[in-house]
Design a protein around this ligand. Structure first.
Ligand SMILES: N[C@@H](CCC(=O)N[C@@H](CS)C(=O)NCC(=O)O)C(=O)O
Length: 199
């Protein structure tokens, strides 16, 4: 697999899931300031001209959530997704989609101060999103209980960024503890080290 990425972006999700998968992969760093993401060659991989994107032989997949799902599927031995037929797969898919479907628009509308009508917004309202996540991670250690999954990569980084970086989400004890469990994972530490080294 080949990961197209850039430091300090949503690429960290892809780096983390690949480090969790524990298989070799190649990294291709894009210089976003130089506009590498807008080249015709890269647009053939991700027509949105954004990072991250992943190729795997003839396969190309963009969107960080889809990359997490793809890696979990092609490296089943890493146990990053409940298999088809496992009842936990319902919640796994729910939390994977919750990140782009609910958390991202909640962050965007909050930070841009855009008023939304809860019954019209995909995410309801900001507080509801984080109340629901708080309930989901309170028992722990992971969203699916004892089983760490690719959904924790998406939601864990959403909460890390929302609390620690953007400072949009109040640091409630259960959310803080969950983020700390994520930050303690060696694979996330390796991903952050790769990001810091920029290679
Ligand atoms: N929905 C996409 C969002 C990707 C995205 O927004 N990438 C940003 C960096 S975090 C980017 O490539 N920005 C460069 C640009 O738009 O030129 C995903 O989750 O992968």
């Amino acid at each position: 697999m080949k990961l197209y990425w850039a430091p300090r972006t949503r690429s960290l999700r892809a780096l983390w899931v690949l480090e969790e998968a524990g298989v070799p992969y190649e990294r291709v760093k894009l210089d976003l300031m130089a506009g590498d993401q807008k080249s015709a060659g890269y647009r053939a991989i991700n027509p949105m001209a954004k990072v991250p994107a992943l190729t795997d032989g003839p396969v190309a997949v963009a969107e960080s959530g889809a990359i997490c799902a793809y890696v979990a599927e092609v490296v089943p031995q890493a146990g990053l997704a409940p298999p088809l037929g496992d009842p936990a797969r319902g919640r796994y898919l729910q939390w994977l989609f919750f990140s782009p479907g609910c958390v991202e628009p909640a962050f965007l509308t909050k930070s841009a101060n855009i008023p939304v009508r809860p019954e019209m917004a995909s995410f309801g309202d900001f507080d509801r999103v984080f109340d629901v996540l708080e309930a989901a991670v309170t028992k722990g250690p992971w969203l699916l209980g004892e089983h760490f999954s690719a959904a924790d990569v998406m939601i864990g980084l959403d909460l890390h960024f929302g609390i620690d970086i953007f400072k949009l989400v109040p640091s409630r004890p259960a959310l803080r503890a969950y983020v700390d469990r994520c930050l303690a994972r060696p694979a996330l530490q390796r991903a952050k080290a790769i990001e810091a080294a920029g290679v």
